[in-house]
Write a protein that binds this ligand. Structure first.
Ligand code: NAD
Ligand code: UD1
Length: 336
């Protein structure tokens, strides 16, 4: 039996393919290649020494998806496919709702018709909106502040409704904090299109000389050094969390929800210092105005995943930065 990885050529999906195969599982990857390249999976194939079934299919393409479920014996789905750029979602809400919500709806219908009722879904800490307190626990009130966030929240609601209405589904909602890092081989990693919006890929591109300096968004937050605090989590730890969640689903829990974070927050300046240690020289930066919509602090309480899944993130900030730098410096043009 195989696990279908939607978004399998993407940043997190490609790392999931790698870790699942390393753990002895069979995977089938699917992606429409709208934000990634087939080359990521080719690299993974080289690392594991075998070919990985890949289908270039859009999750909104019902017939295409049905073909994938017919071609393989699939017993669960890790659903990474989706559009994820917050700013872009504000300008193109219908595209985000169609891709993320409609895509997930079609995927669920095809899964049900194929008798597959187990899914691990990539949710996000964005569903907590601007949290009133930190650390953030899973029972915090949910709110979204942009179309991307609303698409994640709506999909969560859709999945909660589905499990309530149709017993037999087993679904894990995994709320990621700030995924970063790369496989320690330096062979795969995050390869954003255009100019990155997120901190770490931007810092990496400054370090490799693509941009002059990092704009630090706000130096006057009520935090220890005035800059924003986030819970950065290594992508390898993150995908191992998915494996533990999948094991949990095998015990038929219905719907489960976990934060995937380290339970520790680091400021922008602390991240820049860690990256400088990895690179061996300072990262040029300048403090500028706050970015609208940013919270001062957002970091997880990671206790629930530890207690119920036996999972903790073990790779620290220095490992994250060293792994990003290995990937970025060896592949300055990404997979191109
Ligand atoms: P990514 O863009 O690298 O990967 C997503 C993949 O999905 C891409 O390869 C893209 O081509 C594919 N895709 C998009 N729409 C599709 C469609 N309609 N049909 C088929 N394939 C489609 O992003 P990522 O960082 O790997 O994120 C994976 C998931 O995790 C996303 O759902 C994202 O929202 C979620 N997430 C990511 C972060 C993060 O910081 N990276 C944080 C929280 C949640
Ligand atoms: C952002 C998204 C969030 C999404 C997450 C992962 C926003 C408002 N939030 O979260 O919905 O789930 O990415 O994709 O876009 N920073 C700088 N300079 C930069 C970039 C970022 O100082 O060039 C700061 C930010 O102000 C923040 C921290 O670095 O304090 C992390 O930013 P980022 O990587 O964009 O992640 P989030 O804002 O946490």
């Amino acid at each position: 039996m195989a696990i279908l990885i939607t978004g399998g050529t993407g940043y997190i999906g490609s790392h999931a393919c790698l870790e699942l195969i390393r753990a002895g599982r069979q995977v089938v990857a699917l992606d429409n290649l709208s934000n990634s390249r087939r080359a990521a999976l080719t690299r993974v194939e080289g690392m594991v020494g075998r070919s990985i079934p890949f289908h270039q299919v859009d999750i909104r393409d019902r017939a295409g998806l049905e073909g994938v479920f017919r071609a393989h014996e699939i017993d669960s789905v890790m659903h990474f496919a989706g559009l994820k750029a917050v700013g872009e979602s504000v300008g193109q809400p219908l595209r985000y709702y169609d891709n993320n919500i409609n895509g997930t709806l079609v995927l669920l219908e095809v899964m049900r018709a194929a008798g597959v009722r187990s899914m691990v879904f990539s949710s996000s800490a964005t569903v907590y909106g601007d949290p009133k307190r930190v650390p953030v626990t899973e029972d915090f009130p949910l709110a979204a502040t942009n179309p991307y966030g609303r698409s994640k929240l709506f999909i969560e609601d859709m999945l909660r409704d589905l499990v309530r209405a149709e017993p037999g589904w087993d679904i894990a909602l995994l709320r990621y904090f700030n995924p970063t890092g790369a496989d320690e081989s330096g062979l795969i990693g995050e390869d954003p299109n255009g100019i990155p919006n997120n901190l770490v890929p931007y810092v990496a591109q400054v370090a490799v000389g693509k941009h002059d300096k990092v704009a630090v968004y706000g130096g006057d937050y009520p935090t220890r050094d005035g800059t924003g605090i986030r819970d950065y989590i290594h992508v390898t730890d993150l995908v191992i969390g998915h494996l533990r969640a999948l094991e949990k689903l095998a015990s038929h829990p219905g719907l489960v929800t976990y934060n995937l974070g380290t339970g520790r927050g680091y400021s922008v300046l602390e991240m820049l210092a860690a990256f400088a240690r990895a690179v061996g020289r300072p990262i040029p930066h300048e403090i500028v105005a706050r970015r609208p919509g940013d919270a001062a602090e957002c970091w997880s309480d990671a206790t629930k995943a530890k207690t119920e899944l036996g999972w903790v993130a073990v790779r620290d900030l220095d490992v994250m930065c060293a792994d990003v730098w290995r990937w970025q410096s060896r592949n300055p043009a990404g997979f191109a």
